[in-house]
Design a protein around this ligand. Structure first.
Ligand code: ADP
Length: 610
C-alpha cells in the first residue's frame, strides 16, 4: 500500500531486469508494484486494485493471456486496463491478446515515450470510466435513499428496476419484483385500466412527463397503499422510448388524515352548536352554518374574513379585553356568557366556550336567548307568586275581620232570640241556626289560621272524639242523602278520642260529600273507624265507579279531576288536596283503595289517638 496519490502501475515480468527497467521509466509519475509471476500478479490485482497492469506474455507459471482473462472476467477488476507487453508481434498473438480482452499492446523492447503515452491514455480512459461508475453508484444511492418510490418499466410493463423505498412500500424482496408485470401483480384490478392509460400516455408522449395522479398499489400483506404517481418515458440515446419511469409517494397516511379532517369538518358543519376558528388577529377563518345562523346570517361566507367586531359591540369587546382576555391567556380556555350582535343589529345572548389554538382560537357558541327568556318568565312568575302570597294574606285578613264580624252578629242575635223564644218548634230551628253559625265561626277562624299555616307549630290540637265529629257531619248531609236516596251506614258508634284540630271535619265532609256525589242513587255509603294501635283509620266507602289505579295518587293533587267525571259532577278538584294537607298537618296519612265490598272506592285517613 502506498501513501502517495500517484496512480499505481502493476508491472509483471518473470525477468526482474525487465521489471526494473519499466520501474525506472515510470517511477517518476507512478507508484510501481512489481510482480514476477502470474499468480503474484493476480494476488496484487485482487487485493490492491492497481490502476493499470503492464503484463508480460511469456511467463513460466501462467501466460499473460490467462492472467489478463482472469482480470477481465472478474466483475470487480474487469475495468482495470491491461497492456500486454510482448516480444511476440505475430497476428496470431495479437488475436489471442484481443480474445483475452487486453486493452493494448506494447512490443519489447519497450519504447519509453510510447510506454508513457499508452499508460497515460489508458489511465485517462479508466478515470473517465471510474467517474461514470461513481456517478452511476451515486444515482443508485440517491434512488435508494430517496423517499420516493421509483420503478422502471419496459415497454411490456415489466419492472426492470425498483429502488429500496419501492421495495419497502410493496413489502417484497427485489427478486420478487424485478421482471414482474407492474399492473398485473401490484395494481388492484379496479385501478389497472387507469394506470394503463398513464403508461400508454407516457410511452406515446416521449419526452413529456405526466401530471401527478393517485393510484393504489397492493402490498405483500394484501394491503392497499395510496400512491401519488408521476410517470416519465425512458428513452435510449437515439430518443427511442424503451420504457417508463414511475416515481411515486406513499400518501396513505396523508389521505387518511385528510379524510379524518374532512369527517371532523363534516361534524363541525353538522353541529347544532355554532363553531368558529379565529386567527391570531381575531379574524374568522372558519365559521360553520350553525354559527352563522345563530348570529342571523344566511351564509358563513358573510362572516369569514371579518374581524370578530362584526359580531360584537365595542362595549362587549372592551369588556372582553379587560376582564376575560387575561384569564383566557393564562388558562388557554374560557367559558361564559357574552352578548353578541346579530346581523339585524338585535342583541344575542349566547354561551361561549373558547379554546386556544397554536395560532388563534376555536369558539363554540350556543344560543341561550330562549333560556334567558324562560329565566325572565320565571322571574316574573316568582314576582307573581310573591304578590299572590300577599293576596293570600289579604284574603286571610278579610276572612278574619270582614266575615267573622257578620257571623258574630248573627250568632249574637240568634242567642238573644233563643233566650226569648218559648215556642219549641221555633226554638229547635233557632238552635240549628245557632249550631251552624257556631261551626261557621269556628271554620272561619280555622280557615284563616290554615291559610297562614306554614308549619304544625301554629296549629292548635286538642283531644276530641272522632265518632262525634263523624256523626255531626253525617247529620248535615241528610238532605243530599235523601235527594239521591243513599243510605249512610255509620259503623262508628263509640268514642274514638284523637288529638286534633276542628279543621279535621273538613276531611270527613269532603270524603262523605264525594261518596254521595260520585256514588249511584239508591246505594249505601259506609263510614267505618278501625283501630290501628296508635292511630284511628277512618274509612268512607261508596258503590260508585271507583278510581282507576293510575289515578289513585294523582287525585290528591291540586286541581286534579278525572276527565270522565268532570262533566257529570260539579267540583273544583281542590277538596282532596285540602283534605290531604289537613291530614298531613295532623301527622296522618290519606289514600284510596278499591271498595272490598265490590264496586266503588274506599277513601281512608289516619289520625293519631289521644
Ligand atoms: P272535586 O271538587 O272535583 O270533587 P276532589 O279533590 O274532591 O275535587 O276530587 C278530585 C277528583 O277525584 C274528582 O273530580 C273525581 O274525579 C275523583 N273522586 C273523588 N272522590 C271520588 C269518589 N268517591 N268516587 C269516584 N271518584 C272520586
Amino acid at each position: 500500500m502506498t501513501l502517495s496519490d500517484k496512480p499505481r502501475v502493476l508491472v509483471v515480468d518473470d525477468e526482474p531486469m525487465n521489471v526494473e527497467l519499466l520501474q525506472a521509466y515510470l517511477s517518476e509519475d507512478y507508484d510501481v508494484l512489481p510482480a514476477y509471476n502470474g499468480l503474484d500478479a493476480l494476488n496484487i490485482v485482487f487485493n490492491d486494485s492497481p490502476d493499470i497492469v503492464l503484463l508480460d506474455v511469456m511467463m513460466p507459471d501462467m501466460n499473460g493471456y490467462q492472467v489478463c482473462e482472469k482480470i477481465k472476467n472478474s466483475e470487480t477488476t474487469q475495468f482495470i486496463p491491461v497492456i500486454l507487453v510482448t516480444a511476440l508481434s505475430g497476428r496470431e498473438d495479437r488475436l489471442k491478446g484481443v480474445e483475452s480482452k487486453a486493452n493494448d499492446f506494447l512490443t519489447k523492447p519497450v519504447d519509453r515515450l510510447e510506454l508513457e503515452m499508452r499508460v497515460k491514455s489508458l489511465l485517462r480512459i479508466k478515470d473517465l470510466h471510474d467517474n461514470v461508475i461513481m456517478e452511476r453508484d451515486q444515482a443508485q444511492n440517491y434512488l435508494d435513499v430517496a423517499a420516493v418510490m421509483m420503478l422502471a418499466l419496459d415497454c411490456s410493463q415489466n419492472i426492470t428496476l425498483i429502488n429500496k423505498r419501492g421495495l419497502e412500500i410493496l413489502g417484497y424482496e427485489e427478486s420478487e419484483v424485478v421482471g414482474k408485470n407492474l399492473l398485473e401483480q401490484f395494481i388492484p384490478v379496479s385501478s389497472r385500466s387507469e394506470m394503463e392509460i398513464h403508461f400508454l400516455n407516457s410511452v406515446n408522449t416521449s419526452g413529456a412527463g405526466s401530471t401527478y395522479y393517485e393510484c393504489p398499489v397492493i402490498t405483500k400483506n394484501n394491503e392497499e397503499r395510496i400512491v401519488n404517481w408521476y410517470s416519465k418515458p425512458l428513452t435510449d440515446e437515439r430518443g427511442k422510448v424503451i420504457g417508463v419511469l414511475f416515481s411515486g409517494q406513499d400518501i396513505t397516511i396523508r389521505k387518511k388524515t385528510e379524510e379524518k379532517l374532512r369527517e371532523r369538518t363534516y361534524a363541525m358543519e353538522a353541529s347544532v352548536d355554532g363553531m368558529a376558528i379565529l386567527d391570531e388577529r381575531g379574524v374568522y377563518s372558519y365559521v360553520n352554518a350553525a354559527h352563522a345562523r345563530i348570529f342571523g346570517y344566511d351564509n358563513p361566507e358573510e362572516i369569514i374574513g371579518n374581524k370578530w367586531a362584526i359580531l360584537y359591540n365595542p362595549s362587549e369587546i372592551g369588556l372582553f379585553n379587560s376582564t376575560i382576555l387575561p384569564e383566557f391567556k393564562k388558562k388557554g380556555k374560557w367559558q361564559g356568557e357574552l352578548v353578541g350582535r346579530k346581523k339585524d343589529g338585535t342583541i344575542l345572548f349566547h354561551e361561549v366556550s373558547l379554546t386556544a389554538l397554536d395560532k388563534g382560537l376555536i369558539s363554540v357558541v350556543r344560543d341561550i336567548s330562549r333560556r334567558k327568556e324562560v329565566e325572565s318568565q320565571l322571574n316574573d312568575y316568582a314576582a307573581q307568586l310573591k304578590s299572590s302570597n300577599e293576596l293570600k294574606d289579604l284574603f286571610t285578613d278579610i276572612l278574619r275581620h270582614d266575615l267573622l264580624n257578620p257571623a258574630g252578629v248573627v250568632k249574637g242575635f240568634t242567642d238573644m232570640l233563643l233566650n226569648e223564644e218559648n215556642d219549641e218548634n221555633k226554638k229547635y230551628k233557632l238552635k240549628l241556626i245557632d249550631s251552624n253559625v257556631t261551626r261557621l265561626i269556628e271554620m272561619i277562624e280555622s280557615a284563616a289560621k290554615f291559610a297562614k299555616l306554614e308549619d304544625t307549630d301554629k296549629l292548635e290540637f286538642k283531644p276530641m272524639d272522632i265518632g262525634l265529629i263523624l256523626r255531626n257531619v253525617a247529620e248535615e248531609f241528610k238532605p243530599q242523602l235523601a235527594a239521591k236516596n243513599i243510605t249512610l251506614d255509620m259503623k262508628a258508634p263509640g268514642n274514638y278520642p284523637a288529638v286534633i284540630n276542628p279543621l279535621i271535619d273538613g276531611v270527613f265532609i269532603n270524603l262523605i260529600s264525594n261518596s254521595i256525589k260520585y256514588g249511584p242513587s239508591d246505594s249505601v255509603v259506609t263510614v267505618d273507624v278501625q283501630d290501628l294501635g296508635d292511630e284511628w283509620k277512618i274509612i268512607v266507602s261508596d258503590k260508585g265507579e271507583g278510581i282507576p289505579d293510575k289515578d289513585k295518587v294523582l287525585i290528591f293533587n291540586r286541581f286534579q279531576r278525572l276527565a270522565e267525571k268532570r262533566k257529570a259532577v260539579k267540583g273544583s278538584g281542590l277538596g282532596l288536596a285540602i283534605a290531604k294537607r289537613i291530614v298531613e298537618l295532623h301527622g296522618g296519612h290519606i289514600g284510596v283503595h278499591d271498595n272490598p265490598a265490590g264496586k266503588g272506592s274506599s277513601f281512608w285517613a289516619t289520625v293519631k289517638k289521644a
